[in-house]
Design a protein. Sequence first.
Lengths: 270, 262
Amino acid sequence: MTASASSSRKYPGSLFRFRVPIPQSATLLAALIGAAAFLGGWQLLVSLHVVAPAFLPTPLKVAQTFIRMCTDGSMLPNTVVSVRRVWLAFILSALLAVPLGILMSGYRIIGATLEPMIDFIRYLPVPALVPLAIIWFGVGETTKIFLLWLGTFFQLVLMIAADMKRIPNEYFETAYTLGARPRETLLPVALPAMLPQLMDSMRISLGWCWTYVIIAEIVASDSGLGFVIWTARRFMKTDQVMAGVIMIGLIGLVTDQCLRLLHRKLFRYQ
Amino acid sequence: MEQISPYLQFRNVTKFFGDVPVVQEPFNLSIPSGHFTVFLGPSGCGKTTLMRMIGGLDTPTSGEILLQGTPVGEPDIRRGMVFQSYSSFPWLTVRKNIEFGMRFRRDLSASQKKDRAEHFLKLVGLGDFAKSFPSRISGGMRQRVAIARTLAADPDVLLMDEPFGALDANLREDLQFELRKIQKSSGKTTIFVTHDVEEAVFLADRIIVFGPRPAHVIADIDVTSLIGAERNETVRDSEQFFHLRTEILHLLRGRQVREIAA
């Protein structure tokens, strides 16, 4: 470790060795340099009048707008609305997908019945279903939740079924020879055995929810971050559009990190 | 043994997976209570399938397996199984793993289960690791956890599918010694599957030697009459042990040579 660290200081070229780890300091520095170069290049594009500020405001301007919107009440209430929609739809998806996915993999006949249908539905693009959702549920809250649920449930259920299928047979067979009947293995064996994978699957599908909530809010809404972005676009307020997008990115980043932390804490035994 | 019916019995058992014969010739075998029987043979010879059928994890295509005179059915607590891999539950501590062995026993009170768990924890020498998770202990300890868990369930028959297959040689010998001791003191009828000749000779009262698939018996060896019932580390160095080991190796090898020539 020390040898490679000192040699990389002497020869910068050694940082480019194929598949060879680099020191932690270099990792951090590289990330900072990358971000600074990106922001610097962006600033330069505007300062040198390559792109008009109306199309691309400077990073500083976007940051100022972001802070202003967070304090003047135009951003946060809409953020809360979007977060609420995402979590509501996600929880609805998960509550149905987890038991159904487990059953589909546990009892192959249930899987055989449902899988072709689910496979078909999950390839339908959510935006294509917006008109149908509006016909059925109008333009209210139900439509948005329905669209988000539609976009995640069918993906999630197959992921859960796959998670269940990956559990080694030995776990079940051990339980059988200790006196468990097959359905008695679901809670004490199947669920804990698949839980780490299951949580990862849910974390991934939560990310998709964010994609769909913005679509739903752009198409039919008077609130939420998608609405904020779309309204700002109508008045060519590019800085506000970008501030809204940044908010979505931040929420995604924070949520993901929190869930990863929870994952590490819960599954310390691994 | 002539009059009384055997404890465990294979009667004309065959097994096909689809068209693939695993046990083609009707297989017959009687195992008395308390015996340590080893199924020895090359990989894929069908020895594991035969053992899994005792456990109810596979079903015979024809014939039947009797335990104390009645056909065995679906898996249950009377026939406990220890696997080579994924043998202990990684999400439970060592103690909880052993307690899991009694989870489906309704005849024991909570405090009885606790006491039994403690007893078997000590029996396999894991008292100091009760609160550890399987990922934090060695592979040998994990197999001890699985053995203790199965013993805690108190099955009539102990089935072991190459439980020491993934361990290194020294550890293997230690565990073989302990297992033989535990088996003799508990009197559990044990079927142990392995392809390791030395392991088979050290552990077994009796070895059933299988040739390559489809399963057929090429020798049925009464080990105890040849090297005695006492098994300790000096037994491994004895002349009888060495002779028996060599004989079985030749048996397995000669068989292969003949099959290739044929």
